[in-house]
Design a protein around this ligand. Structure first.
Ligand code: IMP
Length: 196
């Protein structure tokens, strides 16, 4: 008998992430966007952990719209900055700052710094069939001295994953997704769906 494919909302407005999730979860679940369920809310991210923020976003959709849902939260942890910007990565340079503002501040803070070690961590929170699940992915790397490349988003132009000479913004999306923090967390999610 053909397996019925469940619908799950991805609580994001980021088209890059939606595309990535649809590719990884293809054939396992149908990924709906917030626009698909007519949700245009400004979902708060008020927790001080990645898990906390991912859970707030997933519960927001489940509680108000009734859909099973997953949400992610990502932080860039820079060793020389004692783990900053971490959970505050999106607002590093201020509440309404652009990705370029964040990158400029990061490069400025590291300008005299020899230790460029950093890692991206993503937590995916899933609310599915009445239960809550968490998946985590990490990629280690280093912060470049200047912008390199134009693809991707966020801190991609200054993040060089380990064993690579290219920044995330210089890689093809499928190469980035194969090793990225979010790609790894999403792969665990896909494995969970395969094995349930
Ligand atoms: P969010 O939790 O996905 O909103 O991400 C928090 C911050 O990390 C934002 O500034 C994002 O632009 C940045 N970020 C998240 N994922 C990536 C990525 O894959 N590459 C570069 N920056 C990212």
């Amino acid at each position: 008998m053909e397996k019925c494919i469940p619908e799950i909302v991805f609580a994001t407005n980021n088209p890059h992430k939606l595309e990535e999730a649809r590719a990884i979860l293809s054939g396992k679940v149908k990924v709906l966007s917030l626009a698909d369920i007519n949700c245009h809310d400004e979902i708060p991210e008020t927790a001080d952990t990645l898990e906390g923020n991912a859970l707030i976003k997933a519960h927001w959709v489940k509680d108000r719209y009734g859909f099973d849902c997953f949400a992610d939260d990502t932080g860039l942890m820079v060793e020389a900055l004692h783990g900053a910007p971490g959970v505050y990565s999106a607002r590093f340079a201020g509440e309404h700052c652009s990705p370029d503002d964040n990158i400029a501040l990061l490069l400025d803070k590291l300008k005299e710094e020899i230790n460029r070690e950093a890692r991206f961590v993503t937590v995916v929170a899933l609310i599915f069939e009445g239960k809550e699940y968490l998946f985590e992915g990490e990629v280690k790397g280093r912060i470049a001295n200047e912008h390199c490349g134009k693809s991707g988003f966020g801190y991609d132009p200054v993040f060089i994953p380990e064993n690579s000479s290219l920044s995330f913004a210089e890689m093809a999306p499928e190469d980035k997704n194969a090793i990225s923090h979010r790609g790894r967390a999403m792969t665990q999610f896909a494995d969970f769906l395969d094995n349930r």
